[in-house]
Design a protein around this ligand. Sequence first.
Ligand SMILES: [Zn+2]
Length: 286
Amino acid sequence: MSFTKLLGECEAAFQLDTLCSGRRLPHAVIFESRDAELARKAAVELAAAFLCENEGKRPCGVCKACKKVFEGVHPDVYTVETTGGKQATGVGEIREMISDCYIKPNEGSGKVYFIFDKMTPEAQNALLKILEEPPQFTQFVITAEKSTLLLKTVLSRSVLFKIGDNGERDKLYDEAYDVALEIARAVPENIELPLLAATGRLIKSRELTQQTLEILAEFFSQALEEKFLGESGFEPHITNMTRIMRRSSIVKLYDVVMKAQEMLSHNCNMNVLATWLCANIRESRH
Ligand SMILES: [Zn+2]
């Protein structure tokens, strides 16, 4: 296989194939894709390239290491597992991975760690330490549906590849993120205008509204994690909400977003929805 075969002819694939064959892989690679299956396949491809025993085009697909990686039985390829039915990988699992990093590989020339699940901010901060000074011959591969939900510090220590249809969907997502950010910033303040302006932008399209609501749900649940569970390391707009607002208000806001998603799924009028959202957000924040 090659990335060009896996992903089609695109810039990310060309770059990845060149890096793999030249043994110039960055210590940490992030695959961003809405298609989790595709992101995992890319992670396996990269692991095989990293551990491949042949020179030239890597992964060769025929050496012992490649075969083991593709069969999922290579002893130096680890998947960080989220334990205890939690929604995100916690700091404990990441610390466990870090201590394992310093143990020599079993049979390969190095070790590969897959992180497929969402990570709590604390877990990301723990990961950051190892990304700053990674042990030699260690390769980290992180997959994410949206890289913007990772901490900026983690992103800056990794090389990001957007694969699948993420490249095309970026414009819509960026706009939605922008609207959600405006709302998240306006919510704790008592200023009407930015909230009106932001929700007003949603009238434009259903797709934009749907994406914005998803991002808002994520923001409010992060704020709740910070407030309830004492997780730390969130972006400033989240911390600001947590600092100024009561728990009950954030719970209400989360419910408002859920209700808005339901209204959207029942094809409600966009003007009605934007107005409803603005009024209910305003009411919930007190
Ligand atoms: Zn090989």
